[in-house]
Design a protein around this ligand. Structure first.
Ligand SMILES: C[S@@+](CC[C@H](N)C(=O)[O-])C[C@H]1O[C@@H](n2cnc3c(N)ncnc32)[C@H](O)[C@@H]1O
Length: 278
């Protein structure tokens, strides 16, 4: 549909550059406009707003996702000038601030996959919880688990509190604002059956903290970025990378999932690493 909409205002090749980098989060559309199309960004945004019925605002992403909080700069182009919206996924509702917090609709399959692995009465530590996406999806799916949800971004933490409430899992999603290493050291050492590390850019820096959070045995979902020539090679590379990251612990890598390509020949992977402490 987007192809058709943009086809009305751009040449086919130009249109493909825009629609491959189009994200809709709730009623907010975020596009990346290549420099060559910068003079036409307003026309593009107006066409999207006029034709995508569920869109109320259009922004251009003007920087990569960056910094500790993994946020991006946005330029308002059309519609309502607001960055807060509500997004629905797997029967859950999320209030998101697309300017002040990290959020990607492209991880929804991985959120569901991990939620399905969580067993009854598990204690989960989500080290980089953002607005609570993984935590809420997990807690909704398994009514007996508890998910400690850490984030150093206070805006994300506030939204995680609100999202836990919106989805009626406040009793089992426990948001904690702070640095994951410090929080684990001071409050969560040895509590977890499962630890999530959804900060692929800095995964290796936090391996010791992830293991510290575990009980004597448990699983760490290790997120990383690897360089590889193909998706198949990325899986092997991801397994090798996880093996290297956990080399000083007794571990076994159960499965490595290639989540998505995040740049030319750069893939995001998640390795499910079983740990035995000892
Ligand atoms: C890539 S985002 C993932 C957020 C969420 N899990 C999701 O998928 O929507 C990483 C998150 O880690 C947080 N973060 C970065 N450094 C941190 C640290 N040292 N301790 C706790 N959270 C941190 C950021 O604020 C950001 O929300």
């Amino acid at each position: 549909m987007l192809k058709a909409i943009l086809g009305g205002v751009l040449a086919a090749e130009e249109a493909s550059q825009v629609y491959s980098a189009f994200d809709q989060i709730g009623d907010i559309v975020i596009i990346k406009v290549p420099d060559s199309l910068a003079p036409r960004k307003q026309v593009i945004a107006d066409a999207i707003l006029a034709n995508v019925k569920t869109a109320k605002a259009v922004f251009a992403q003007t920087s990569p996702v960056r910094g500790d909080y993994r946020v991006r700069d946005l330029e308002f182009l059309a519609g309502e000038n607001r960055t807060i919206t509500e997004y629905k996924e797997h029967g859950c509702r999320f209030k998101v601030d697309v300017a002040k917090t990290y959020f990607s609709p492209r991880l929804s399959t991985e959120r569901q996959r991990i939620a399905e692995l969580v067993g009854d009465n598990e204690i989960v530590v989500n080290m980089f919880a953002g607005v609570g996406t993984y935590s809420v999806v997990i807690a909704k799916k398994n009514k007996t688990c508890k998910v400690y949800s850490i984030d150093s971004n206070s805006v994300a933490n506030e939204l995680c509190i609100e999202n836990a409430r919106l989805n009626k899992v406040s009793d089992r999603v426990i948001p904690i604002c702070g640095d994951a290493s410090e929080v684990i050291k001071n409050q969560l050492a040895g509590v977890a059956d499962r630890v999530l590390m959804p900060l692929p850019e800095r995964a290796k820096d936090f391996v010791d903290s992830a293991v510290l959070a575990l009980k004597d045995t448990g699983v760490v979902h290790y997120f990383a970025h690897v360089k590889a020539e193909s998706k198949k090679a990325a899986k092997e590379q991801g397994t090798a990378d996880a093996g290297e990251a956990f080399r000083s612990y007794l571990h076994e890598i159960g499965k490595t999932t290639v989540v998505r390509e995040v740049g030319p020949r750069i893939y995001q992977i998640v390795a499910d690493v079983s740990i035995q402490k000892g």
